[in-house]
Design a protein around this ligand. Structure first.
Ligand code: SF4
Ligand code: SF4
Length: 377
């Protein structure tokens, strides 16, 4: 069952069509009533990285959530929770991304992961973080349905099912882990540790309109026309990566998850359903990739010289101070404008993901002159 990925062609956010698409996914996967059984508390975990409206394609579209809620209620599921926590301003995110409206219409509970207790879960088989600070909403749910959005990610190349689960960690821990891990390799092991603990029972991906370029928050919407479903995060990510024209070898955290036995190998994945054309996504620049993979390994000399840091755009900056508040290593100061201490900066770009004003770019992308979209889990 874990090798199966159901693919449904869907080109619109029309509620009836999306609902029909998800029902088709359930039929293709089979056994859905045993996975999501009556009487269970079901937590839906969309990708709500930023308070950006659905048309920006940074977040899981509310129509996909609404369609799934309708189907679950038809199946007799009474307790449905919708939860996440953004880098900053989660209540605003729930409002702008259409979550509050759905919750009100269907009687679901909105769960701000940062406004509840933390459950520190110990897992001896984890590689980098044995103890994970999860929101108690995550550990109290009987069933978790992961609802990622297909997007390019400025540092990890791709973000989908596995990466979306990083949002189950609570509050500032998300930023602090960037500071603790220091290297891309270590950070990726944490992503896999989170998957190893959270293990959602089902994954439904919004790939109707994805995000290319400078994702995860500031790229460009791109019509992709797919809904994907799977009981396994790794299998789903493998298929989504193929559908957007990326070589799996480049998405090293997915390869790590395969090596740790958390999903099938690429050749074992079984795709069922519609034949959906590949849409090759615009990617981060070559300069960014080189800096991300090579310079970090050559620390400290080359890394200091070439490491990407945030560049602030005075015409967009409102001096709100969120970037300063978010930075896990206190590398940002604000006088007239924000400024970054290059020595302290660890290039995590949490500041960029948190900036509502599109006022932060990466120095490497700017210098190369090949900006991908506007900038942006
Ligand atoms: S760069 Fe963005 S987050 Fe930072 S102060 Fe300016 S508007 Fe606020
Ligand atoms: S300045 Fe931005 S990129 Fe640098 S460490 Fe702080 S949050 Fe991360």
């Amino acid at each position: 069952m874990r090798n199966l990925v159901a693919k449904v062609k869907c080109d619109t956010y029309d509620l009836d069509q999306v609902e029909a698409g998800i029902r088709k996914i359930f039929d293709q996967l089979g056994n859905i009533e045993t996975v999501v059984a009556k009487g269970k508390k079901v937590l839906l975990k969309p990708n709500l990285v930023s308070p950006l409206p659905p048309e920006k394609a940074a977040t899981t579209h509310p129509v996909v959530l609404e369609a799934l809620v309708k189907i679950l209620q038809d199946m007799g599921i009474k307790e449905i929770w919708i939860g996440d926590a953004g880098v900053h301003g989660t209540p605003k995110i729930f409002s702008v991304c259409g979550i509050n409206a759905i919750a009100e219409k269907y009687g679901c509970k909105v769960c701000d992961f940062d406004r509840y207790e933390i459950d520190e879960v110990f897992e001896d088989t984890n590689k980098y973080m044995k103890k994970l600070p999860l929101s108690k909403y995550v550990t109290e749910a009987d069933v978790i349905i992961n609802m990622p959005k297909v997007k390019i990610h400025h540092a990890e190349i791709y973000t989908g099912a596995i990466k979306n689960l990083y949002g189950t960690l609570v509050g500032k821990n998300k930023m602090q882990i960037h500071a603790r891990t220091q290297t891309k390799d270590n950070f990726e092991e944490v992503l896999v540790d989170v998957l190893n603990v959270v293990k959602p029972q089902l994954h439904i991906m919004d790939g109707i309109i994805g995000m290319e370029g400078n994702g995860p928050a500031n790229g460009k919407p791109v019509q992709t026309g797919m809904l994907l479903g799977s009981y396994n995060a790794v299998a789903l990510d493998i298929v989504a990566i193929r559908q957007i024209g990326i070589d799996l070898k480049e998405v090293t955290y997915v390869e790590k998850a395969i090596r740790r036995g958390l999903g099938p190998k690429a050749e074992e994945v079984q795709e069922i359903g519609d034949d959906i054309p590949v849409v090759v996504y615009e990617r981060p620049t070559v300069a960014l990739k080189i800096l991300g993979r090579v310079a970090q390994r050559l620390m400290p000399v080359f890394y200091y010289l070439f490491k990407p840091v945030p560049v602030f755009d005075p015409s967009n900056c409102t001096k709100c101070g969120i970037c300063k508040e978010i930075c896990p290593v206190e590398a940002i100061t604000i006088k007239d404008l924000p400024a970054v201490d290059k020595k302290l900066c660890i290039s995590c770009f949490c500041c960029q993901e948190a900036c509502f004003s599109d006022a932060i770019e990466r120095s490497d992308i700017k210098k190369s002159g090949k900006k991908c979209g506007r900038g942006g889990a």
